[in-house]
Design a protein. Structure first.
Length: 230
């Protein structure tokens, strides 16, 4: 610790501008109450506003609205000081330049392997068949099947993975599941759970040092609400 830098940090805490990166939808909605615990309200609704930079009731804190998969990138390069991202997204990104202090215990789901109801996954695995797997999560999928000693051909998709087995693009998909409703609606079944997913707080490593005093009350509020909900 550097006492001079610390004193400067404290003195400047009130005037250090901070940028928080969030994605629309469940992460935005579930992060909102955590900010409220720090006395901060986001004054515009990203679902109705076309703005990508949203002000908050704290003049030193703004929220940027980006694609879920882009949150770690904005934070890594310091365009945002901190953000909220799913474990799925963080594993694909790799986490370079990011400090991940807290599992926020929000936006829960699981990452799973799913196949068409008519596809016998168990016997394909037993027979050592080479499967074609479509997914947005190629890193996690590659590691999962390698650990099982299975040979797979991965096909990278960017969305609507459920379609792939229905039209013969793939034998299986690796995707996020929460209720299983989307799988059922498309005659797919979950055959293997790879991991449980929730969202984490990510902080730019340089910002953590240089803007520590300004970030601290917000990080503390996130930690408090996470514990309170546990
Ligand atoms: P985009 O729609 O911009 O391509 P996305 O589909 O990854 O991005 P969301 O659907 O908002 O964005 O999901 C954001 C995060 O919410 C995911 O990365 C994941 O961590 C979490 N999540 C929780 N449950 C689900 C679910 N059932 N399906 C998808 N994501 C989920
Ligand atoms: Mg989506």
């Amino acid at each position: 610790m550097n006492p001079v830098a610390d004193a400067l940090n404290v003195a400047n805490a009130a005037n250090v501008p901070l940028t928080l990166a969030l994605s629309k939808g469940r992460i935005f909605e579930e992060t909102r109450p955590m900010l409220a615990a720090a006395g901060v309200e986001i004054t515009e609704d990203p679902e109705t506003s076309r703005k990508l930079i949203l002000p908050t009731t704290n003049p030193n804190l703004r929220v940027i609205v980006v694609r879920a998969t882009d949150v770690p990138t904005y934070v890594q390069y310091g365009a945002a000081d901190f953000g909220v991202a799913g474990k799925d997204v963080l594993l694909e990104h790799g986490g370079a330049g990011l400090y991940q202090p807290l599992d926020l215990d929000i936006a829960h789901c699981r990452m799973s392997v799913a196949v068409h109801v008519d596809f016998d996954y168990a016997s394909a695995v037993r027979q050592g068949a080479r499967l074609r797997v479509a997914t947005k999560y190629v890193q996690v999928a590659r590691e999962h099947f390698a650990a099982k000693g299975m040979h797979v051909d991965l096909i990278k998709l960017y969305g609507s993975m459920e379609l792939a087995p229905l039209v013969g693009l793939a034998d299986a998909i690796v995707d996020l599941v929460s209720s299983g409703g989307t799988l059922r609606a498309n005659q797919l079944v979950e055959v293997e759970e790879i991991m449980q997913i929730s969202s984490r707080l990510v902080v730019n490593q340089a910002a953590l040092k240089l803007k520590r005093a300004a970030l601290a009350p917000l990080l503390d509020a996130f930690a408090r609400t996470t514990r309170a909900n546990a």
